[in-house]
Design a protein around this ligand. Sequence first.
Ligand SMILES: NC(=O)c1ccc[n+]([C@@H]2O[C@H](COP(=O)([O-])OP(=O)(O)OC[C@H]3O[C@@H](n4cnc5c(N)ncnc54)[C@H](OP(=O)(O)O)[C@@H]3O)[C@@H](O)[C@H]2O)c1
Length: 268
Amino acid sequence: MLEVLSRSAKGRNIADIRTILVFTDTFHRNKAIVPIPVPQSSKCYNLNQAFTVQMALIQQVVLNSRPGKNGEPVPENFRMEESYLPQDLQEGQVKICTKFLSVDPYMRCRMNEEDTDVDYMPPWQVSSVVTGGGLGVVEDSKHQNLQKCDIVTSFTWPWQTRAVVDGAVLTKLDPQLVDGHLSYFLGAVGMPGLTSLLGVREKGHVTRGANQTMVVSGAAGACGMLAGQIGRLEGCPRVVGICGTDQKCQVLVSEIGFVAAVNYKKDE
Ligand SMILES: NC(=O)c1ccc[n+]([C@@H]2O[C@H](COP(=O)([O-])OP(=O)(O)OC[C@H]3O[C@@H](n4cnc5c(N)ncnc54)[C@H](OP(=O)(O)O)[C@@H]3O)[C@@H](O)[C@H]2O)c1
């Protein structure tokens, strides 16, 4: 998990990258979504497979130190801890079991001490549990709108195997919308998908029937890949991608539907 986070963030101020940022099964080859293994004990719910319940002892990911304002994060910036969940829920609380966590560029900004460069995104606190986009299953509920075995998501999901949270921060999901592929809710059907869709429609000024050529920077990234595909669905006959390796260029053309791709580290 920590390795994925440090690889994804790469220590850059990713908020500066301007990317016109679709909807696809291939999306997951790029996005770092972390499946959380759940220890087996008693059966709770059957979607495609049985989810299981184990009480009390949990594992969590804590920010251990900061990488510095522009430093590259390393695994040592994080540590794993074990803790115990409260046994009893308060009114409005829900006990959730984590199934997927989303690793996203903005998380690098949250490693800064004060200035995240993102107004609405506070820094993570050292020795506190890391939070972000996540998805899981309700194991117990004292919230009126949520019940055991509901699939839920939140943008403030704690990076721990299980948690007790205020039910108000959770959004209930319909697994049938994604044919049971729950992680899609953190990708193409989640924030990156919405970012890409709005980027193309509101900022890209794509006009159906106008015979436009669409150029996507950061094209092999989570949003870029989706943006290119949305562009095609929105009627652009030619979608060209810009990315950083020949291998990415090849995937964009052979698998994602871009007509051409440019390696900005190599090509003129
Ligand atoms: N994911 C979301 O839901 C979301 C929401 C809102 C805003 N955003 C913003 O949208 C942007 C892309 O997000 P993402 O989730 O698609 O990120 P991502 O999966 O990490 O992709 C970003 C891409 O940017 C490229 N890149 C890195 N450094 C670059 C540089 N110096 N110049 C040009 N390209 C560079 C990298 O590709 P190469 O190695 O091929 O260059 C990388 O694949 C970020 O700025 C992010 O903050 C994302």
